[in-house]
Design a binder for this molecule. Structure first.
Ligand code: MBD
Ligand code: FE
Length: 255
């Protein structure tokens, strides 16, 4: 373990060191960099900074040889204290967003229904913010926990999320701007699914043809996660099915 930590840290230090040398970074720039890290900490944007640049790498590592459906980054706005819901997420009372029905089926590796699986679903408001963050004090909106039925099926009504803009007044947004990059994420719905005996699954669903799907600032889009929305009355329909991998099988696969 100690050796592994030493190997990883020394590799990281080595790679950062080579980058600094390659770009002739001065002492003044080095100090500015330290100031930037302090600002990120002060603005409570450490998770955001790391999610933007590195989380997708870790997910790719975790997905090597996986038999579950494709995962992606969790992002910084998951709240384990989300309310229990049955078929409807709580939304802002003044929300005039497009109605969205999210539904699908969860099965295990052998295609058997994952009955009673716990699903966390969360997404942004129609103005691109997250409940419990971004000036919304209530933590129970646009997020909830539900259970799949005996056939592994779930369905929940909410409103359509829109592209999300990383706070551009914060240090992370400022950095992206200085780099000449935009700070948008395509509209998405987050999922975290757990069930007895299964490897937990954390992923997102994106909408075919949506803005920024091809240039996510967090590199969280994978082709398998882009869905075409259906229509039912005045509601859009997002149908997402999931395969969960056996926990035991995951533990036995080579690290
Ligand atoms: C998000 O909504 C998100 O999902 C991620 C991964 C990063 C920032 C904001
Ligand atoms: Fe998100």
């Amino acid at each position: 373990m100690t050796t592994k930590i030493n190997d990883v840290v020394m590799d990281i230090v080595d790679h950062i060191g080579k980058a600094l040398a390659k770009h002739d970074v001065t002492l003044e720039q080095y100090r500015k960099g330290i100031g930037f890290i302090a600002k990120v900490q002060e603005a409570k944007e450490v998770p955001l900074l790391v999610d933007v640049f590195l989380n997708h790498i870790i997910v790719d590592i975790e997905e090597r040889g996986a038999r579950n459906s494709r995962q992606t980054i969790q992002g910084p706005y998951f709240l384990d204290a989300a309310p229990d819901v049955t078929n409807q997420l709580l939304t802002l009372p003044e929300d005039k967003g497009t109605p969205l029905i999210v539904r699908g089926r969860v099965v295990d590796e052998r295609g058997r229904p994952a009955a009673g699986a716990l699903m966390n679903i969360w997404h942004s408001t129609p103005d691109g913010r997250y409940s419990g963050f971004h000036g919304i004090e209530r933590k129970d909106l646009y997020r909830g926990k539900l259970r799949t039925d005996a056939d592994g099926r779930y369905q929940v009504a909410t409103t359509l999320p829109v592209p999300y803009h990383i706070p551009d007044k914060g240090p992370v947004g400022e950095l992206l701007k200085m780099m000449g990059k935009h700070s948008w994420r395509p509209a998405h719905v987050h999922f975290k699914i757990t069930n007895d005996g299964c490897r937990p699954l954390t992923t997102q669903a994106y909408f075919e043809g949506g803005a920024w799907v091809d240039s996510d600032s967090c590199s969280g889009v994978h082709p398998a996660l882009i869905y075409r929305l259906g229509k039912e009355g005045d509601a859009e329909v997002l149908e997402v099915n999931f395969i969960l991998q056996d926990a035991a099988a995951a533990a036995m696969s080579p690290a």
